[in-house]
Design a protein around this ligand. Structure first.
Ligand SMILES: C[S@@+](CC[C@H](N)C(=O)[O-])C[C@H]1O[C@@H](n2cnc3c(N)ncnc32)[C@H](O)[C@@H]1O
Length: 241
């Protein structure tokens, strides 16, 4: 994975004007267990199947199917593995988590776990987050989690970074004013980079926070802990307009 490759590091403040759609965000396969394969092959009601998810021709995802007009919607972008998503969903029954990733085994694992645990406030999209964003109604999201996004440390790969000003603006369209965006990374230059990129959008305000005790340790954070790398948490609030 890109995360483990910290050679030829780029400057934290290196910016790009127009991030390109990364070829690496195509569906990522990998070794799949029988349990994951069965979940992927089944017709789970918790799967956000993008082409079939349009509401009555409006061109928008039908979030009401999950929220029933009562629950808030939170995006978990690049969730990677099931456990942290499930832990936070259990902690917040008032939220519906839309968990998004391109990684097939992770998607299969989460779908299987949701069914096994009978959870009703998590749905899963195997897609590039930009595909999902394009289908979300304006100001429909209350919160966003982006834990340990791929830092793409090599200079020539900087354009592949997900967290960039253009992305922050795209996300801002879909998050209501007062909503939040929680990010974490184990690479300080990327924390600085993400902060600078989000600050450059006039629609978010925030910065580093202490690591909240309630944030579950994700797989990538565990790897970082083993390698004795600390983490930085960032918290931004959607400010108007
Ligand atoms: C470094 S891993 C972090 C996983 C997890 N959040 C953690 O902390 O263990 C980054 C994850 O983001 C996913 N990802 C990268 N780009 C993405 C995109 N454009 N849309 C959706 N998922 C993406 C990858 O497949 C991968 O699972």
């Amino acid at each position: 994975m890109a995360c483990s490759n910290l050679e030829s590091m780029s400057s934290p403040h290196e910016t790009v004007s127009a991030p390109i759609f990364s070829p690496t965000t195509k569906r990522r396969t990998g070794r799949i267990t029988r349990r994951q394969a069965a979940a992927l092959a089944g017709a789970s009601p918790h799967r956000l199947d993008l082409p079939g998810a349009y509401a009555g021709g409006s061109g928008e995802l039908d979030l009401h199917r999950w929220t029933k007009g009562e629950r808030e919607v939170v995006l978990d972008i690049g969730f990677g593995s099931a456990q942290p998503v499930l832990e936070l969903a259990r902690l917040h029954p008032e939220q519906v988590v839309v968990a998004i990733d391109v990684h097939t085994p992770g998607v299969g694992d989460l779908l299987a776990s949701i069914d096994e645990l009978g959870m009703d406030n998590v749905c899963v999209a195997q897609a590039d987050v930009r595909e999902v964003l394009a289908l979300l109604p304006m100001a429909s999201i209350t919160g966003v989690r982006t834990f340990y996004p791929d830092p793409w440390p090599k200079s020539r790969h900087v354009r592949r970074r997900l967290v960039a000003t253009a992305f922050a603006n795209e996300l801002a369209d879909k998050v209501r004013v007062g909503g939040w965006w929680h990010l974490a990374t184990d690479w300080l230059p990327y924390a600085d980079y993400m902060r600078a990129q989000i600050d450059a959008s006039s629609r978010w305000q925030g910065g580093p926070i202490d690591r909240p005790a309630w944030r579950p340790v994700t797989r990538y954070e565990r790897n970082a802990q083993v390698a004795e790398r600390g983490s930085t948490d960032l918290w931004f609030v959607r400010s108007g307009p």
